[in-house]
Design a protein around this ligand. Structure first.
Ligand code: XMP
Length: 513
């Protein structure tokens, strides 16, 4: 029996993860895997459907990521999206060409033939396109089922097999009937059942952790954020006080962070040990400029400290982490074909040394952020944790661009604290996803109290996002901007100019480093 699973093969599109996420929203489990996964691994996973994602390549280019034709012969329904569409056609012998018009953004899809993929999709609907290449001529096995003004073959299907392909992106919200199309594929064509329920997920994890851990102990790096808190909850439910939460004070924390986490751990009956490592981290990072090196140093030091702590506790065999799926995806590097998805190494994924003796437990590794929050809600976690903005593991260290010192940390911590106060005063905190200040190494001239000042420039970053993989800047009011700028510059020695970051992700990332 096939598993109720859809595999999305990733060809490097920014939105590949979104396909997997949408399918889970439909109620079917979906995994994003590298396109060059061995065919035997696919067979072993036994999915009911495979989706080939988009990607920035042209099928004819050297090093273009290809797949074996055998995948198309597995008798598993397949849907190709954008590059995935061109690839399937190419494998069957079709011709791909640069399109005369670059289609980027909104287009109108006109469906030409009745078929399962377009069930309940009207004759004409808005779709979101993003491509240079397109299928010019299909081989005889494939027939076109839709077009747009500028793209003759905007979708096709195999005449005999359950192989479909679309040039547009159904996973993007701007495609009016995108979810309906994905649902048609997953439910009607692949015959999946909607059985991906997060409630089951918690119980399954609890049972499996109980089995794996048995009478041993687990230490968990708890940060006070949602992910590590939910992780702590699940493991605590499985093994009670055999879980020891370790909170490391790196010195790069926000004001009050340590007190807050201690308070909530006590409230939930988690056993917690606080380690003061302020001096260690500062010493290690002194003189370091490069953000990736900062992350690597911090990641390594975290693990060293965990290992050291674990030796002090009897019977510890496991290290738990609140890693979630977007950490895994963003830290993944696909070296084989020059496909480079690497953005930045989130320390809990990239920084673990090969010789680490503790075995890893990461119950949320396959979940998206909104799924983790749903679980948190169902577990009735405190609101302060559920709706808390994320805070990166390396903390303030990656928000101080360039070299770090005590003074800069203190300036930034004060600025972040003022921002937090005002976000709460203005009732903005719960409408946004993340807000913080970045301290630049650039100094600018100002005039304060009739005197010349020469101090740091600070950047305000306030964003809104569904899942932290893409984001837009938040349209703050001028009144808020004015108050924030006035308070930070007047109350803190060391900043004399504030600017507001209005970029979205992509092309930028949320943090500056
Ligand atoms: P970026 O900057 O990658 O951020 O767009 C996406 C989300 O991840 C957080 N972030 C991190 N979290 N360790 C973490 O635990 C890290 O190294 C790290 N870098 C970024 C960031 O704050 C945002 O919420």
């Amino acid at each position: 029996m096939k598993k109720n699973l859809i595999i999305v093969l990733d060809f490097g599109s920014q939105y590949s993860y979104m396909i997997a996420k949408r399918i889970r929203e439909i109620g079917v489990y979906s995994l994003l895997l590298p396109h060059n996964i061995f065919i035997n691994d696919i067979i072993e996973k036994n999915p009911k459907g495979i989706i080939l994602s988009g990607g920035p390549f042209s099928v004819y280019k050297n090093n273009a990521p290809l797949i074996s034709k055998k995948i198309l012969e597995l008798n598993i329904p397949i849907l190709g999206i954008c590059y995935g569409m061109q690839l399937i056609s190419y494998i069957f012998g079709g011709k791909i060409k640069k399109s005369n018009y670059k289609e980027y953004g909104k287009s109108y899809l006109v469906t030409d033939k009745k078929n399962f993929l377009f069930k309940n999709v009207p004759k004409k609907s808005v779709v979101w396109m993003s491509h240079y290449d397109e299928v010019k001529n299909n081989p005889k096995e494939l027939e076109s089922i839709a077009h747009t003004n500028s793209c003759k073959i905007a979708a096709y299907k195999h005449k005999e097999k359950d192989i479909y392909a679309v040039q547009f992106h159904p996973e993007v919200k701007n495609t009016e009937y995108g979810k309906c199309i994905l649902k048609n594929f997953v439910i009607n064509i692949c015959k999946c059942n909607k059985n991906w329920k997060l409630e089951d997920f918690v119980q399954k994890q609890v049972n499996s952790i109980k089995n794996i851990v048995s009478d041993k102990k687990v230490i968990l790096g708890i940060s006070g954020g949602l992910d590590s808190f939910v992780t702590a909850y699940i493991i605590n439910k499985a093994i009670g006080n055999s879980l020891i939460c370790i909170f490391i004070d790196t010195g790069f924390l926000l004001k009050e962070e340590k007190k807050t986490i201690q308070f909530f751990c006590k409230k939930m009956n988690f056993s917690i040990k606080v380690i003061d490592a302020v001096d260690i981290f500062l010493k290690k990072l002194t003189g370091v400029y490069n953000p990736e090196i900062k992350r690597k140093i911090i990641g390594k030091e975290f693990v060293t400290l965990f290992q050291k702590e674990s030796r002090k506790i009897n019977n510890v065999e496991f290290l738990a982490q609140g890693t979630i799926y977007s950490d895994v995806i963003e830290s993944s590097i696909n070296k084989n074909v020059g496909l480079n998805n690497f953005v930045k190494s989130h320390h809990n994924v990239g920084g673990l040394p090969k010789c680490m003796k503790l075995k890893l437990i990461e119950p949320l590794r396959k979940l998206f952020k909104d799924e983790v929050r749903k679980i948190g809600k169902s577990l009735k976690l405190p609101k302060e944790i559920l709706y808390k903005h994320p805070f990166p593991g390396p903390g303030l260290s990656i928000r101080i661009i360039g070299k770090i010192n005590k003074r800069k940390i203190s300036i930034l911590r004060k600025a972040e604290n003022i921002l937090l106060q005002e976000l709460k005063n203005f009732n903005i905190y719960n409408n946004i996803s993340q807000a913080f200040i970045i301290l630049l190494p650039i100094k600018s001239v100002g005039v304060m109290g009739d005197k010349r000042s020469y101090e740091h420039v600070a950047v305000l970053r306030v964003i809104k996002t569904e899942d932290f993989m893409t984001s837009t800047f938040y349209p703050l009011s001028y009144e808020f901007l004015e108050i924030i700028s006035n308070r930070i510059i007047n109350e803190i020695n060391g900043i004399n100019r504030m600017v507001y970051d209005i970029t979205s992700k992509p092309p930028s990332t949320i943090e500056w480093q």
